[in-house]
Design a protein around this ligand. Structure first.
Ligand SMILES: Cc1cc2nc3c(=O)[nH]c(=O)nc-3n(C[C@H](O)[C@H](O)[C@H](O)COP(=O)(O)O)c2cc1C
Length: 160
């Protein structure tokens, strides 16, 4: 039985996720986008995955560059998430942002709760997305409250 797109999206709205920015680099081209489909895969060796829309610019840069960096956003970084999700000024997302070059060559934004700098070890086509599995070569951890996404809205952790 086929699931209707709206039903599928409605069900997914009940899933709560963190919010990341995934950056990549191919030569002089530096790019990135907001990503919630991020997961840890393996502890030994340390592996993570991100899912990128085949139509996204970021997918093309990761495919060519073979590296990506995952930035776990903090509760106060909604504006950054919106900037990296918006198609307006998509080539100017890094303007005015502080970043440095990571161990893999991927761009590292300096202000994130945590950063995982990864080298692509495999890519798997999955419908309209590509799953990139990355070997984690370097991590940074600043800590702080994470930004969450639920039912189409940003939210934060409420201690019970
Ligand atoms: C909260 C949130 C989560 C998102 N998660 C993903 C994701 O996991 N994968 C993806 O391909 N796009 C995701 N997007 C959409 C991209 O950020 C958006 O399409 C972006 O403009 C793509 O940029 P690019 O084409 O310049 O790479 C998400 C957007 C938001 C707001």
């Amino acid at each position: 039985m086929t699931v209707a797109a709206e039903q599928f999206k409605d069900a997914l709205r009940e899933w709560v996720s963190g919010v990341t920015i995934v950056t990549s680099r191919h030569g002089e081209r530096v790019h990135g986008m907001t990503v919630s489909s991020f997961a840890s895969v393996s502890l030994e060796p340390p592996l993570v995955l991100v899912c990128a829309d085949k139509d996204s610019n970021t997918h093309g840069v990761i495919a060519e560059g073979g590296v990506f960096a995952v930035h776990v956003l903090g509760r106060d970084q909604e504006a950054l998430s919106n900037l990296f999700a918006s198609k307006a000024d998509e080539e100017r997302r890094f303007d005015g942002l502080a970043w440095e070059v990571g161990a893999t060559g991927a761009p590292i934004l300096v202000d994130a709760v945590a950063v995982l700098d990864c080298r692509v070890i495999s890519a798997h086509g999955a419908g309209d997305h590509v799953i990139y599995v990355g070997a984690v070569e370097q991590v940074q951890r600043r800590g702080g409250e994470p930004l969450l996404y639920h039912r189409g809205h940003y939210t934060g952790v409420v201690e019970g």
